[in-house]
Design a protein around this ligand. Structure first.
Ligand code: ATP
Length: 231
């Protein structure tokens, strides 16, 4: 079964006078374990698409199935719980909580579900992301690349099947960006997770087997990349 099915998705911003078809009838399927990069010019609709897929932004029409569940058939509260349990988000601005240390930031999503984090699993994530010796540091005491690794840890800790990443390397230099993506792939392979990642950095598409190009809210190209290094 495909982990993600997007059917005839549309998102229109504005009203009759100024109407923007930000996502214009997109249908796309993604299999479990796939790493897909999403590219396209600024304003082409990439973030809108990702936010609709992630249940953060209600589409105007169309359907999003995750693990066979139509997420927009759920009410808001059900969707929030489903999202927390099944989707990990990584954003360009790391969105860490300044007052919490590395370990506390990573386990935060588990605490939100009133669960107790497994020490072994936290150590495993810290280890794979190279953060074991930073576990008690605050975000302000970390480099950009380290902060993004914490954000990745936070996205992975609940072992969601789907990771949605919006320009995760946008605030990092090229080398750090590549290192972070390599760690993201290593970690997600461990849990057989599916990743949909928006990037402006075409070099990063080399890591993925599949590239989707968005033009004016539509899927223009959906190709398999033979030159992949990751996955
Ligand atoms: N809240 C909003 N209200 C009105 N229009 C919006 C809103 N958010 C986005 N848009 C418009 O929708 C279109 C798609 O925007 P979106 O942010 O999805 O593009 P993007 O491809 O992610 O761009 P970028 O690469 O610059 O982040 C753009 O024309 C944008 O101006």
């Amino acid at each position: 079964m495909d982990i993600l099915e997007v059917k005839n998705l549309c998102k229109v911003y504005g009203n009759n006078e100024i109407k923007i078809n930000a996502v214009d009838n997109i249908s796309v399927n993604v299999k479990k374990g796939e790493f897909v990069t999403v590219i396209g010019e600024s304003g082409s609709g990439k973030s809108t698409l990702l936010n609709c897929i992630g249940g953060l932004l209600n589409p105007t029409s169309g359907e999003v199935y995750i693990k066979g569940k139509n997420i927009y058939s759920l009410d808001e509260e059900e969707r929030t719980i489903f999202r927390r349990q099944n989707i990990g988000f990584i954003f360009q601005s790391f969105n860490l909580i300044a007052e919490l240390n590395v370990e506390q930031n990573i386990i935060f999503p588990i605490l939100l579900d009133y669960k107790k984090p497994e020490e072994k699993e936290v150590d495993e994530i810290l280890n794979i992301l190279g953060l074991l010796d930073r576990r008690h540091h605050l975000p302000s005491q970390l480099s950009g690349g380290q902060q993004q690794r914490v954000a990745i840890g936070r996205a992975l800790i609940t072992k969601p099947m789907l990771i949605l990443a919006d320009e995760p390397t946008g605030n990092l230099d090229t080398k750090t960006g590549e290192e972070v993506i390599e760690l993201l792939l290593k970690a997600s392979e461990l849990y057989n997770q599916t990743i949909l990642m928006i990037t402006h950095n075409l070099k990063l598409t080399n890591y993925s087997k599949r590239i989707i190009k968005i033009v004016d809210g539509k899927v223009k190209v959906d190709v398999k990349n033979n030159n992949n290094r990751g996955n």
